[in-house]
Design a binder for this molecule. Structure first.
Ligand code: TYD
Length: 211
């Protein structure tokens, strides 16, 4: 049995977590077994690494350290959660995955893309998403959602220029891999975004079933 890996990605404030939960309910209603997970984290070890990564007190963290910690959390996540669930034939929905590293540590922190691609391959053992939903929209709308959440973590607290690079990086990613990465406009109401996400996923599932 081979499962399906669908990842949600995009800039901070795009509503990934909400939309992932709604899609999980939708897929479960249609009888699928769904495993929801997230990065950084998704495992006990990964959650400890997440705390290191997001703690604003760790201001001295070098970009390469940051990249390797995200990768270390990902390696554990694939080994412990994603690969076993896929082997059981489940649908895995992950709140962020390897694309976040290419964009945050690559486009925004300016680490070499080819290095990140190679380390990602090592960390994931080659597990690539079947479909990636990129939630993006108007910067002011997304920023407003973050402001409503209270204290910013170490990455959210980065300057506006960093977040602008993140958004540009995700747009480039979607343009480079249009088959896998599907952009959905996130600066709309929750239900409207959900309907758009379902349309993309249902189309993907139909193609996969008959393709
Ligand atoms: P996330 O869990 O989406 O944050 P929140 O729960 O607060 O919405 O992700 C945490 C932060 O980590 C987010 O700002 C993006 C960043 N990140 C990277 O920089 N590289 C990565 O590889 C991943 C997975 C996340």
């Amino acid at each position: 049995m081979v499962g399906i890996l669908i990842t949600f990605d995009g800039p901070d404030g795009g509503g990934k977590t909400t939309q992932l939960g709604l899609l999980a309910e939708h897929l479960r209603r249609s009888g699928r077994t769904v495993r929801c997970t997230r990065e950084p984290g998704g495992t006990a070890l990964g959650d400890k690494i997440r705390d290191l990564l997001l703690d604003p007190a760790n201001a001295e963290m070098a970009a390469r350290t940051e990249a390797l910690l995200y990768m270390a959390a990902r390696a554990q996540h694939v080994a412990e959660v994603i690969a076993p669930a896929l082997a059981r034939g489940e649908v895995v929905l992950s709140d962020r995955y390897a694309d976040s590293t290419l964009v945050y540590q690559g486009a925004a922190r300016r680490l070499a893309r080819e290095d990140l691609v190679a380390i990602n391959r090592f960390a994931t053992g080659g597990v690539v998403p079947d479909l990636t939903i990129l939630l993006d929209g108007d910067a002011a709308t997304l920023g407003g959602r973050l402001a409503g959440r209270g204290d910013a973590d170490r990455i959210e607290g980065e300057a506006a220029a960093f977040h602008a690079e993140v958004r540009r990086g995700f747009r480039e990613l979607a343009a480079a891999e249009p088959e896998r990465v599907r952009a959905v406009a996130a600066d709309r109401g929750v239900d409207e975004v959900h309907r758009a996400v379902v349309a993309v996923v249902e189309e993907f599932l139909r193609r996969r079933a008959y393709g």
